[in-house]
Design a protein around this ligand. Structure first.
Ligand code: PGA
Length: 222
């Protein structure tokens, strides 16, 4: 495969520090050191520092990302994780996941502000969109198409439809965008998405939690 492939693991609200370190120890040595593969782990914020240290100590070709960041800059914003502070640890952040839009009422306005904060502090946004109609702020270069019906259900979109949506997103928001697919991706179906010309990778939730399954997912890109 010659195109660059992104695999983003979204652990959501799962894994204690001990569980996260066990995962890194199992998965790290199994990630191939190849230029065309970018594997990004997005653990809970509390785990980030230890996960990052374990990656550095093991010299594993893994990056860490946040699952969200604050729409506010540093200051009096209790409980928020500011991009400036996160940028000490992460180079990436998922922004606008549908669970946050649904459960926490995140709006396009808030999401735009988050993208601005990420940009200001050198964090690459991985913007989750639910379809071609979702607003994409101009600064975004990496988008994950994640149809709600496919998230955590075991019923992924078809690779052909995901590719078509990716094409429509590029037509609307810019051909330089890279589009990932997310929603019930597993080691069994990943290849069918990576084979699509307009998809540059996957965002994996549930199937990324099990180290052995995640190793299979990564190996499927070889
Ligand atoms: P899933 O989640 O792989 O468990 O469907 C994907 C996501 O929500 O990012």
């Amino acid at each position: 495969m010659d195109k660059k492939i992104w695999i983003v693991a979204n652990w959501k609200s799962n894994k204690t520090i001990a569980q996260a370190l066990d995962w890194v120890e199992q998965v790290g040595p199994n990630i191939p050191k190849v230029d065309h593969l970018e594997v990004i782990i997005c653990p809970p914020v509390v785990d980030l520092d230890e996960v990052k240290k374990a990656i550095i100590v093991g010299n594993f070709p893994l990056e860490v990302g946040a699952q969200d960041l604050s729409a506010f800059d540093v200051g009096a914003h209790t409980g928020e994780e500011a991009a400036k502070i996160l940028s000490q640890l992460v180079g990436f952040s998922i922004i606008g996941h549908s669970e946050r839009r649904q459960e926490l009422g995140e709006t396009d306005q808030m999401i735009s502000e988050k993208v601005d904060q990420a940009l200001k502090y050198g964090i690459t946004s991985i913007l989750c969109v639910q379809g071609v109609e979702t607003f994409i702020p101009e600064a975004v270069r990496l988008v994950a198409y994640e149809p709600i019906f496919a998230i955590g259900t075991g019923h992924p979109d078809t690779p052909e439809n995901a590719n078509q949506v990716a094409q429509q997103i590029k037509t609307k928001a810019g051909s330089e965008l890279e589009v990932l697919y997310g929603g019930s991706v597993t080691s069994e179906n990943i290849k069918s998405f990576l084979d699509q010309p307009d998809l540059s990778g996957v965002l994996v939730g549930g199937a990324s939690l099990d180290p052995q399954e995640f190793i299979k997912i990564v190996k499927a890109t070889a």
